[in-house]
Design a binder for this molecule. Structure first.
Ligand code: ADP
Length: 261
């Protein structure tokens, strides 16, 4: 537990630093992109330097994606919280995920019939699932099986104490399991750090899991990871259930958890 506490303090410190840098960089990028766009608009179609300005915009766009990832990690994103059924969100993603996953991977979804109502930003939860599935498929270059499961979970004191987080109660759980190459201890320890990647240069940014971490925290949820080298990995994301009401989204936002809290 002590190790875990240290780990989470370290993540907080990295988050603070990353969030501050990302915020300032974003402002600078806005200026760069703004002026480059003006330049491009003022250029003739066949202008000799047009290509160069386009390269500036492409590079600045990539930088903006990185800062967006860092902002997500440091929980500085503005969320649009609504009452959602987690199963419905997952059902909506199924087709797109199937297209993303290579054919030699056996992809299964198991989604509970029962409604699992959570207070969440739909786009962000979709992003979490997308990032988890992307990593799972990347861990299986020679094929294998990938399962996405949506189910309710009850967290008891004992489990929470073991893992050192969360409030007891009802949760909705997203589980993504793969039969890929798994993770060694070093990777498991640094998994959620921004820019930590074991993928070859140009393949990964190392922000996928950092983004997951930030989004899940911002939703008052938590993550549990089970992985064994050579056997595969299972990621479970727990999000607190709420009682479904007829309230509209605005009202819920006022009553819900404070953004970034
Ligand atoms: P990236 O995917 O760009 O490398 P991530 O932050 O998403 O960045 O992941 C960081 C690292 O965690 C990966 O490079 C990989 O080593 C490890 N990882 C994440 N998910 C899995 C998985 N399902 N199986 C094996 N390793 C994983």
């Amino acid at each position: 537990l002590e190790g875990q506490l240290y780990q989470s303090q370290k993540m907080e410190a990295i988050g603070q630093l990353a969030g501050g840098v990302a915020h300032d960089f974003n402002n600078i990028l806005t200026v760069i992109i703004g002026y480059a766009e003006i330049l491009l608009l003022s250029m003739e179609r066949e202008h000799a330097l047009r290509y160069h300005v386009e390269q500036v915009l492409t590079a600045a766009g990539r930088a903006a994606e990185l800062t967006a990832g860092l902002l997500a990690f440091s929980r500085k994103q503005l969320l649009h919280m609504k009452q959602l059924d987690l199963g419905e969100v997952a059902r909506g993603l199924r087709k797109m995920l199937r297209r993303l996953i290579p054919e030699d991977i056996d992809f299964k979804t198991i989604i509970v019939e029962k409604e699992l109502t959570i207070l969440a930003d739909k786009g962000q939860i979709e992003q979490v699932i997308m990032n988890l599935v992307t990593n799972a498929k990347d861990a299986m270059p020679k094929g294998g099986s990938l399962t996405l499961e949506i189910a309710p979970a009850t967290m008891d004191e004992q489990f929470l104490q073991q893992h050192g987080f969360g409030e007891p109660g009802g949760y909705a759980c997203i589980t993504i399991a793969d039969t890929g190459h798994g993770m060694d201890e070093e990777t498991r320890k640094r998994l959620f750090e921004p820019f930590f990647t074991t993928k070859e240069a140009g393949k990964g940014t190392g922000l996928g899991t950092a983004i997951i971490y930030g989004i899940v925290k911002q939703h008052n949820g938590f993550i549990s990871v089970d992985s064994e080298p050579g056997r595969g990995s299972t990621f479970s994301i727990y999000l607190p259930l709420i009682a479904a009401t007829e309230q509209d989204a605005e009202e819920l936002q006022e009553n819900g958890p404070p953004p970034g809290g």
